[in-house]
Design a protein around this ligand. Structure first.
Ligand SMILES: *Cc1c(COP(=O)(O)O)cnc(C)c1O
Length: 226
């Protein structure tokens, strides 16, 4: 069994190799280690290995974890909220999250706009890459209208788009859709350059299609502990 350190190093090397293979500058892809279902101790171990960016998908779990990490380490962790966020949890989640990857619906944006935050949170618009409107995320056809509403928000800074590739086909198909949506977004939001795409099983393909933030859990953390 490789150790946490070995898995972290191996994934970091694979990210750099994929970035170079795509003709991009090594360092342009940010690793976000998804630590959901793992205790704060794992985050502390990862901080000691050099990781700084951590992803969580449930406020109930992430909020105490972020507090514990802040109390037990001098190193600054940056928290990325990557899961579906209930509107009534937005206040809590945005009190410790630096990034929201899953801004997926107008009602969540409205709830966030009502909050009083110390500073804006960086937000990715989560795309729905299917034709099924019942799936989470913004349809690509609605992206411009929704992005303009995000740009008008005092509580959010729009940094880009996010997507999760379907499991039942070549992920390149979805990563290409995300890349095209990103290009359209940049026409009217030139600062929203980031793309959050790629997980343990598909991050190399995501990097090929321009991902700037890969969200990687099990390839580093092993199987879920709690
Ligand atoms: C859990 C999760 C990840 C990480 O998934 P792995 O397959 O464990 O790498 C990435 N993104 C989101 C939105 C997640 O919920």
């Amino acid at each position: 069994m490789p150790s946490l350190e070995q898995r972290y190093q191996e994934v970091s090397e694979r990210i750099d190799a994929a970035t170079a293979a795509a003709g991009r500058n090594v360092g342009d892809v940010q690793l976000v280690v998804v630590t959901k279902n793992h205790p704060a101790e794992l985050v502390l171990d990862l901080l000691a290995l050099g990781a700084r960016d951590f992803g969580e998908n449930r406020d109930q779990e992430a909020s105490p974890k972020a507090q514990q990490v802040a109390a037990q380490s001098q190193l600054n962790a940056q928290w990325h909220f990557v899961g579906q966020l209930q509107s009534n949890k937005a206040k809590s989640a945005l009190s410790y999250s630096h990034f929201l990857h899953s801004l997926d619906r107008p009602s969540l944006l409205q709830a966030i706009n009502k909050l009083e935050l110390l500073e804006p949170v960086k937000a990715f618009i989560q795309l729905n890459l299917t034709d099924d409107e019942n799936r989470g995320g913004i349809q690509i056809g609605q992206l411009e209208e929704f992005a303009n509403a995000v740009l008008a928000s005092e509580n959010l800074t729009l940094v880009g788009v996010m997507g999760v590739a379907a499991l039942d086909r070549d992920p390149r198909h979805d990563f290409e859709l995300i890349a095209k949506a990103s290009e359209r977004l940049l026409e009217f939001a030139p600062d929203a350059k980031s793309i959050s795409a790629g997980m343990s099983h598909d991050f190399e393909q995501a990097i090929e299609f321009g991902s700037t933030h890969v969200r990687i859990g099990t390839a580093i953390t092993g199987n879920r502990a709690i």
